[in-house]
Every structure is written in structure tokens, then in C-alpha cells.
Write a protein that binds this ligand. Structure first.
Ligand SMILES: [Zn+2]
Length: 597
């Protein structure tokens, strides 16, 4: 199917065709209509957003014979007179177009000055368009400046650049500047759909249909550049298929299938670990690279989150059809923004350990399972409230928490301010070394129950959190040797319990303190790592690798590292759930260990 390249055919010839640059074209049009035109323009913006195209439209409008004669009234060029046609076809003697990258020397600029000294041959102006002007040499700029300072009345400069910061101030200050914007996804897609309609109406045009989803996908690939997007459409249309749909675009441009991510996302948001694993492996068996899968999954949850945050206009940011936007919105429906953010974080962060891993799929499995079993921040907060109530009923409020209870407005406060409570544990008293009285008085306000539990006379139910580090004030040492030994330890743990290894990997190594290795992790991770059986495994492997017995201490993550940290020693039902998944047949296949007692 031979057809004229769409890129050329649909290159804008009037200001109205400049998509997404209304702020530029309206000001230029007003200047042209009033006849007060600057002597030097600076067009800035990313590649492919229409800078040189606009420069040519401006040049044509300035020299249009019909506009000069008053026959053509608008600011736009007529595109029919001799001057307009000559400029469009690139043979006009009055318009000089040069590339700053290949004409960067002083000689080039001096030649140019010679050329533009004389009055124009046909139109009213001589117009010099310098593309990528920031690439000119210093001497060339100096020569150019002389002309800019005393420009002949017939001379107009139009500079285009992707990098205005690299221009000397003396040049910038003598130009009228226009910043071209990246074009919004939806606007690019609409332009592509319009091109399709115009082609369909043109007897000699390319005959194809274009779905909305395909147009958006192409626009996404074009990253806000109209030129790149139209060129990609050209490429897809050249495949010769009568119907341009998403499937064809994916095949021709090479974008992975997104249905798999919708299924995987659905399983995760339905909190169904079994289905999650099945969907992950279904995609994996199709030959997708685990890293691409992780990236695609993160991208998918970005979409779900964006639609949750802004259901009305979020679609402008995403390359998805109306139908897919609805599906993304529906997937996020039962989830809070915060929990969706946590999902996105897990998906995005699992890429990091995958990079050097010989078995990246294992990390991805652990990540998707963690996502599918993610306890909502709200329900953890509710459990926390119940725990606090229980604690009060037991009357076990010891010195540290005695001050805390009245200072905290009510049980509900911790649910509404979980981020603030995240900084609590650092200040709280450790069992071994109670905090100074004034410190506890001023900070106790944010102290989560973890602190009061740790310093409480320890009822049996909280024994699992006994290794929690209340304060890291004791000297913590971290060096490369410790880091590499810790990695070896994780590898060894992975050999025994992969999921435990994954949980350790997701924790942050703080260092060695006294006879203990300190890890920072959130409560859900701690609930799992701290289980007696798991701690024993870690201790054994630590002793093997480090050659000495080491305790494992779990410190809370610093404030700000987790968006809404569900504080609390995750009360028993939670721990049970985590352990159940942990030993569940999903990965280990050694039967579902019921450790709820
Ligand atoms: Zn004209």
C-alpha cells in the first residue's frame, strides 16, 4: 500500500494545526495581526513538539503575499501564494534554515551575516531559522550578537532549542521566548484519529481504521512528541493491515501484552494468593522476562493508583482506552490510596534485588505474594486499637506506658496518625535501658503500643516481639564485610525457606550492634521474621556465616520510609495469617502448617 508519508502530509501548515501549543500560537497570531513583530524569537521545548514547524508557519505568515496585500485576513499564511509555496517546498531565498549542530563555527555565522545584509528578494522579511541554536560555538554567538544588537529592519531570527539554559544570557535577553509544551496523551491520540478520518475521506489517502486504544498506545509510545507519534502511526499503517488495533500496534512497535497484567492485578487486588501465583506463571510461561513482568506490573499498579487518585482526569496520564481506564478504576475500587501505593512500592522495589539474582522469578513470586496478602493499613489500625483496649483491661500499664495513655487523645488517634507514630519506636524505652524521663515525657505522645509492650512485664502474648530494638543509640557498625556476609546468610536462608529469605531481603540491614545483627523492617515483616521458628533459622545461618553466635534484632523502619506504617506488634491473628501463608503450600509445598497456637 503505497501512500504519502503521513508525517509529511499532516505537518501543520497553519497555527490552528499546532496541537497542544495554543499558548504559543495565540500570542504569535496577535503579534502578526497587529503587525508588531519581534526581531528575534526563541522557541524552546522537547523534540518533536512543533518548534521548527511553527518557525516555518511564522516565516510564511510574515512573507505571505496575500496577507501583505490584505486579501488574506487571518494571521495564518495563505499557503497558496508564490512565497508560501516556496517556503513550504524549501526553495525560498528569503528564508534561511540552518542547523546549529553542523554550522556551529564563527565562519558559518559570518557567512550568514553576509547573506542577510541585503533586502529580501520577494517578501518583506529575510528570516533566519537556526535549529538547535545552543550548539553554536562561543565565537559564533559573539558574531550573532552583533547582528542582534542592531538588526536591519527586514531581518527576523527564529531560534529553536531543546536546551535554552545553554544559551548565553546576552542572546536570550534579546529574544521573545515561547516555551512549547509536551503534548498531552489524549490530544495526540485525538490528532491521530483525526488524521485517520481525513485519510479515509481522501480518495488517494491510506485506507485504514484506527481504534481509540490503538491511538492512545501510539501516543504513549510517542511520549508527548506529535512528530514521533505520527511517525509511529506511519510505521503501523505501513504494515498494510486494514484495521489498526492495539494488538497490531503492540506487534509492530513492540509493546508487551497488557491483558496478563490485568489478570495478575485482579488476582492481587482480590487478595487471592493462589490465583496470583497462577497468573504470574501464566505470563512467565509465555516467555516474558521476569524483569519485564515486574516493570509491567508496577506500570499496571501505577495506572490503578492514578485512576484512584483522579478518576476524572487521571486517564490523561495513562495510555489506556476508555474501557481499560474503567477496568483500572474498578480494580482499585475496594482499596485505599495508601494501600495501592504500598502495592506499587512493592512491585517497583522488587526490581532491585532481581537485578543480580540468578533466579529473579523467585523475587517476583515473593513480591506478588506479599502484595496478594497485604494487610490493609486500616485493619491493622483496628487490630491495634483492640490490642490497646486489651492492654488497658489487663491493667498491665507499666511506668513507660502509664504516661503514654493519657497523652494519646484516644484509641482512634493512632489510626488517623499512623505516619506520625512511625517515628515513635526510636524514642521509646528499650527493656534494657529505659529512656530519660524528660525524653519519654515529650515523645511519649507518639509512642506506639510496641513501646509499652516491650517495656511491659511481658505477658506471654507479646513474647515474640521481645527482640524488637527499642533504641538504636548503641553503636551500630556497618561495613562491606558485614554486608556481604549478610547476603550470604540470606542465600543460605533461601536454601531452607525461600519466603523467609525474601522477607529478609525486603528488610534493611542496619548493622552490627553488640552481639546482634540489626535489621529494619515494618511490622508485617517483623511478625513473620520474629516467629520463634524463623528466628532460629536465621540465628543458625548467621552463626554459620559470621562464625560466631549473633542475635537478630528487628528495628522499626525510620519515619517516612513507609507511607502509613501500621504500628503495632501485629496481634496474634495477623501473625497467624502471615505464618499460614508462609508455610502454606504455595511455595514450599510441605503442607499447611497450622501454628495458630
Ligand atoms: Zn501566502
Amino acid at each position: 500500500m503505497a501512500h504519502r508519508a503521513l508525517t509529511l502530509k499532516y505537518r501543520p501548515q497553519v497555527f490552528a494545526d499546532l496541537i497542544g501549543q495554543d499558548h504559543v500560537s495565540s500570542v504569535l497570531a496577535r503579534a502578526l495581526e497587529s503587525g508588531r513583530v519581534a526581531h528575534a524569537f526563541l522557541f524552546t521545548g522537547a523534540r518533536g513538539v512543533g518548534k521548527t514547524t511553527s518557525a516555518r508557519i511564522l516565516a510564511k505568515a510574515l512573507n505571505c503575499e496575500k496577507r501583505a496585500a490584505g486579501v488574506h485576513k487571518s494571521a495564518d499564511p495563505c499557503n497558496a501564494c508564490t512565497s508560501c509555496v516556496e517556503i513550504t517546498t524549501g526553495v525560498s531565498l528569503d528564508v534561511v534554515e540552518i542547523d546549529g549542530a553542523s554550522n556551529r563555527g564563527i565562519d558559518d555565522v559570518q557567512n550568514l551575516r553576509e547573506k542577510v545584509r541585503f533586502a529580501p528578494t520577494r517578501g518583506r522579511y529575510r528570516i533566519v531559522i537556526i535549529d538547535e541554536v545552543h550548539q553554536l560555538s562561543k565565537d559564533a554567538f559573539a558574531a550573532l550578537l552583533k547582528t542582534l544588537e542592531e538588526p536591519p529592519a527586514h531581518l527576523v531570527f527564529i531560534f529553536a532549542t531543546t536546551d535554552p539554559q545553554k544559551l548565553p544570557d546576552t542572546i536570550r535577553s534579546r529574544t521573545q521566548r515561547f516555551d512549547f509544551a509536551r503534548v498531552a496523551l489524549r490530544k495526540v491520540a485525538d490528532r491521530l484519529l483525526e488524521i485517520q478520518r481525513r485519510e479515509a475521506a481522501d480518495a488517494e489517502g491510506a485506507q485504514f481504521t484506527l481504534t481509540d486504544g490503538a491511538a492512545l498506545l501510539i501516543a504513549h509510545k510517542g511520549e508527548g512528541s506529535m512528530r514521533d507519534s505520527v511517525s509511529a502511526l506511519d510505521q503501523v499503517v505501513s504494515a498494510g493491515e486494514p484495521e489498526v488495533n492495539e494488538e497490531l500496534v503492540r506487534r509492530v512497535i513492540g509493546i508487551p501484552d497488557h491483558e496478563g497484567f490485568f489478570r495478575l492485578g485482579a488476582a492481587i487486588t482480590a487478595r487471592d494468593p493462589q490465583a496470583t501465583l497462577q497468573e504470574l506463571h501464566r505470563a512467565f510461561e509465555k516467555g516474558m522476562d521476569p524483569r519485564d513482568l515486574a516493570e509491567g506490573l508496577a506500570d499496571h499498579f501505577r495506572g490503578v493508583l492514578v485512576m484512584k487518585v483522579d478518576p476524572e482526569r487521571g486517564g490523561d496520564l495513562l495510555a489506556a482506552s476508555h474501557e481499560d481506564l474503567d477496568r483500572l478504576r474498578a480494580q482499585g475500587e475496594p482499596w485505599s490510596e495508601n494501600d495501592l501505593l504500598r502495592l506499587l512500592r512493592i512491585a517497583a522495589e522488587c526490581l532491585w534485588p532481581m537485578r543480580d539474582s540468578p533466579q529473579p522469578i523467585v523475587h517476583l513470586e515473593a513480591a506478588v505474594l506479599q502484595m496478594a496478602t497485604l494487610e490493609s493499613a486500616e485493619s491493622l489500625a483496628t487490630l491495634l486499637e483492640r490490642l490497646e483496649a486489651l492492654e488497658k483491661r489487663l491493667g498491665g500499664a507499666p511506668a513507660a506506658s502509664a504516661g503514654a495513655a493519657p497523652a494519646r487523645p484516644a484509641g482512634g488517634a493512632s489510626a488517623s496518625r499512623p505516619a506520625a507514630s512511625a517515628q515513635g519506636p526510636r524514642a521509646s524505652a528499650s527493656p534494657a535501658r529505659p529512656a530519660a524521663p524528660e525524653a519519654s515525657a515529650s515523645r511519649e505522645r507518639w509512642s506506639p503500643p510496641t513501646a509499652s509492650l516491650a517495656s511491659a512485664p511481658a505477658p506471654a502474648s507479646v513474647a515474640t516481639t521481645a527482640t524488637t530494638v527499642g533504641s538504636l543509640d548503641e553503636a551500630v557498625e556497618l561495613d562491606a564485610a558485614t554486608e556481604s556476609r549478610w547476603k550470604l546468610t540470606i542465600t543460605a536462608v533461601n536454601g531452607r525457606k525461600r519466603m523467609l529469605g525474601a522477607f529478609l531481603e525486603e528488610s534493611r540491614l542496619v548493622g552490627l550492634a553488640g552481639g546482634a545483627l540489626v535489621l529494619a523492617m515494618d511490622d508485617l515483616h517483623r511478625a513473620v521474621v520474629d516467629a520463634a521458628e524463623h528466628r532460629a533459622i536465621v540465628r543458625e545461618e548467621l552463626a554459620n556465616v559470621f562464625g560466631q553466635p549473633l542475635e537478630l534484632k528487628c528495628a522499626p523502619l525510620a519515619a517516612g520510609q513507609v507511607p502509613r506504617r501500621p504500628s503495632a506488634a501485629d496481634v496474634q491473628p495477623n501473625i497467624d495469617r502471615a505464618i499460614a501463608y508462609f508455610d502454606g503450600e504455595v511455595l514450599e509445598r510441605n503442607g499447611r502448617g497450622d501454628r495458630s497456637t
